[in-house]
Design a protein around this ligand. Structure first.
Ligand code: SAH
Length: 259
């Protein structure tokens, strides 16, 4: 019988290696081959000491490999008996196309496992001192993408939930039309908004404002760091220690002056 390797679809967390799971670290250390995406931190990759590492994500809007090619590489390597880690930012099953990769592995009869990660969509707000649910303020959370403004508008039109926290990934570049869509759907102009950029990474920063300010173009900054948009009353909260908060605001003012 042919030797067959394994594939682990591993969540790398929001960036800081301290937020990796122990299982993720173990799989990285044992890997022969690591296929990683754009949002994976260099410090996390270094844990895969003995592995060949390949970037397979999207850079400057272009895919290094198509999704089908990624599937083919994983399957071929596993059939050669290699231990493959497919490393994705956050959790592999949260806006990470991990489901498609698992389906391809399943169809090919390759043994695989899912190693969950700390998703940036929930840990990003936490790291910014925003509790996504808070008794009496927010009783539900809706995690979505701002990738397609039309789909987003249709979704929020049907949403009449008081006390909902909306967390939007992949929406920073379209923040103005997304804010417009919420205003058109009847969300009050004064609804608090937070932009959480580079959560857990050295340049983490947070902007706090309202829907109307976001719609008016505020909150623009370097745009390089991955950024989440948090909308809802909890976005006005900043449960970080005083000294961190001052630090954070000073940092933000400094960055704003560069914008
Ligand atoms: N699977 C990932 C999400 C991939 S979608 C996860 O579970 O976290 C990519 C989007 O996630 C980015 O556009 C950004 O909105 C968000 N994101 C990823 N890392 C982030 C970080 N460190 N800080 C803030 N937002 C982040």
């Amino acid at each position: 019988m042919a030797v067959i390797g394994r594939v682990a679809l591993v969540g790398a967390g929001p960036g800081d290696p301290d937020l990796l799971t122990r299982r993720a670290v173990a799989r990285l250390r044992a890997a022969d081959l690591v296929l990683f995406d754009a949002l994976v931190d260099e410090r996390v990759l270094k844990l895969a000491r003995r592995a060949q590492r390949f970037f397979v994500g999207k850079r400057a809007g272009r895919h290094a490999l198509s999704q089908a090619e990624i599937h083919a590489v994983m399957i071929r390597a596993a059939r050669r008996g290699r231990r493959v880690v497919r490393l994705k930012g956050g959790d592999p099953f949260v806006f990470g196309r991990g489901g498609e990769e698992a389906l391809a592995l399943q169809a090919a009869g390759i043994p695989f496992e899912i190693v969950p990660g700390v998703t940036s969509l929930l840990s990003g707000p936490s790291l910014a001192g925003i509790p996504v649910t808070h008794r009496g303020v927010a009783g539900s959370v809706l995690v979505t993408t701002g990738h397609d403004v039309e789909a987003f508008s249709a979704m929020v039109r049907g949403l009449k939930a008081p006390g909902v926290t909306l967390i939007i990934a992949m929406g920073y570049g379209r923040r103005m039309p997304l804010a417009e869509a919420l205003l058109e759907a009847g969300w009050p102009a004064s609804t608090p908004v937070a932009l959480v950029a580079g959560a857990s990474l050295p340049g983490q920063h947070v902007w706090r404002g309202t829907l109307s300010r976001l719609a008016a173009g505020e909150g623009a900054c370097d745009g390089e760091a991955p950024t989440l948009i948090v909308v809802g009353d909890v976005a006005a909260m900043a449960l970080v220690s005083e000294s961190d908060l001052v630090e954070d605001e000073r940092e933000w003012r400094m960055r704003r002056s560069e914008c």
